[in-house]
Design a protein around this ligand. Structure first.
Ligand code: CU
Length: 133
């Protein structure tokens, strides 16, 4: 079973239990990373949120957590800054090691509803090759 399948199963279970983490159906959330693909080290992250009508959502509270797919790493967690027009960003989200990361975005909408989305991303190891990472 691939990790993707496992994650899909987890999300499916969460949906079946009606977790409060996803009580904003129809809202879309798109993560972009600069550079893409991301390189180990500080990375600009932008999350764009749109409502079911496709309009940008302003005034939400957005947090991003990065966990590595393997054990023993300290998660990286940051609050994103509302840049307006439905864009929330952090200019130096620090991928502390190259490899597979799971990004979890937690959103509190202005009306109090919440949602949580996960996405996998592969981070390229720094060409400087610091083995201590
Ligand atoms: Cu790691």
């Amino acid at each position: 079973m691939t990790r993707g399948t496992f994650l899909a199963l987890l999300l499916g279970l969460a949906a079946c239990r009606g977790e409060p983490g996803n009580d904003a159906p129809g809202f879309s959330l798109r993560i972009s990373l600069v550079p893409t693909p991301p390189i180990e080290g500080p990375t600009r992250v932008v999350v764009e949120i749109r409502d079911p009508e496709g309009e940008p959502v302003e005034g939400a509270r957005v947090r991003l957590r990065g966990d590595m797919a393997h054990a023993g790493m300290i998660p990286v967690e940051e609050a994103l800054v509302d840049e307006g027009a439905g864009r929330y960003a952090h200019s130096s989200f620090d991928f502390t090691m190259g490899g597979d990361w799971i990004l979890t975005t937690t959103v509190e909408l202005p009306d109090g509803r919440g949602m949580e989305r996960t996405q996998e991303v592969r981070v390229v190891s720094s060409p400087d090759g610091d083995p201590q990472g």
